[in-house]
Design a protein around this ligand. Structure first.
Ligand code: ADE
Ligand code: ZN
Length: 326
């Protein structure tokens, strides 16, 4: 239908995407085979059947297990290249993506291997498809401050490749305050900061991300609606929220997409964007996210256009590039 075509063809930016979350089962089995690594599941179908999550942690356990088969620079290249091919077909023209170095360095893969594979694919994507990009290094919040500091040190030689630092993984019990000192150091080194907050965790974590980590965007942020003062603050400071509808549905952050707060947030003057988070696990890339939220909430072309414009407004593209899109 015409609204789906509209979604497909309009140029978009993706601002909340974990590259490890784009690992499709078929590619996972291919890479496992060439690296002689075992996967707990016998087939692609068995693996896909395991994608049935009651909460964030159940997903994370499977997501980290999947990443175990990534060993060589070529593996990280292939992972990233597959993602870029996919979004290129969906008319995504700019991406700001997360990678989780500790997922790999913790199992003996070098930081250099990870970032070189990802970065060279991003450069090839820019050359071949014209997709511009920013890279965000995300700390795993279930690990300790020392591990995050060590990761930051490892990133310093690659400062020119990394625009920002982020914070992801198990939210409840791991508040932003745990990483205040790491984020202060990261800002001193010139990194922009963002953090996942208010996905499962309380609105207080969003306040901490703003006040202690000085974030420029909140990833998810659904729970801000519990606190009217916070909503006003986010609107006043124009701090974007990178929302992920299908992720919210699959991780039971919302019971039904009809309950998704995206429209309510727009009405409250929040700068909200649509993103895919971990598309290989949640059943859809950018266009499927736009389409499912459009179906559930009966969004108009005008509302979709506003969301797409928001994706460029909230991006870190140079001002003159943004102007062309908004
Ligand atoms: N890592 C990958 N996806 C995530 C999510 N939705 N929340 C927290 N950590 C994540
Ligand atoms: Zn995320």
């Amino acid at each position: 239908n015409s609204i789906n075509k509209f979604i497909e063809y309009i140029p978009k930016a993706e601002l909340h995407l974990h590259i490890e979350g784009t690992f499709e089962p078929e590619l996972m089995f291919d890479i496992a085979k060439r690296n002689q690594k075992k996967i707990k599941y016998n087939s692609v179908d068995d693996l896909k059947n395991a994608y049935n999550f009651n909460n964030l942690q159940e997903f994370l356990d499977i997501y980290y297990a999947g990443a175990n088969v990534l060993i060589k620079e070529q593996d990280f290249y292939d992972l990233t290249w597959a993602y870029l091919n996919k979004v290129n077909q969906q008319n995504v023209i700019h991406v700001e993506i997360f990678f989780d170095p500790q997922t790999h360095t913790d199992r003996g893969i070098s930081f250099d291997t990870v970032i070189k594979g990802i970065y060279s694919a991003l450069e090839d994507g820019k050359k071949q498809f014209g997709i511009t990009f920013k890279l965000i290094m995300s700390f795993l919040r279930h690990l300790d401050e020392d591990s995050a500091f060590k990761t930051l040190e490892e990133a310093l030689p690659y400062k020119n490749w990394i625009s920002a630092v982020g914070l992801d993984s198990s939210e409840i019990g791991n508040p932003p305050s745990k990483f205040e000192r790491v984020f202060t150091k990261a800002r001193e080194e010139g990194f922009i900061t963002v953090a996942h907050a208010g996905e499962e965790g309380p609105s207080e974590y969003i306040w901490e991300a703003i006040n202690l980590l000085k974030v420029k965007r909140i990833d998810h942020g659904n729970r801000c609606l519990d606190d009217e003062t916070l909503v006003k603050k986010l609107a006043q400071l124009k701090i974007p929220l990178t929302l992920c509808p299908l992720s919210n549905l699959e991780l039971k952050v919302v019971k039904d997409l009809k309950d998704h707060p995206i429209v309510e947030m727009m009405h409250k003057d929040l700068l909200v964007t649509v993103n895919s988070d971990d598309p290989a696990y949640f059943g859809g890339y950018m266009n499927e996210n736009y389409q499912s939220i459009t179906d559930a909430l009966d969004l108009s072309k005008k509302e979709i256009t506003e969301l797409v414009k928001n994706s460029f407004k909230a991006s870190w593209l140079p001002e003159e590039e943004k102007e062309k899109r908004i």
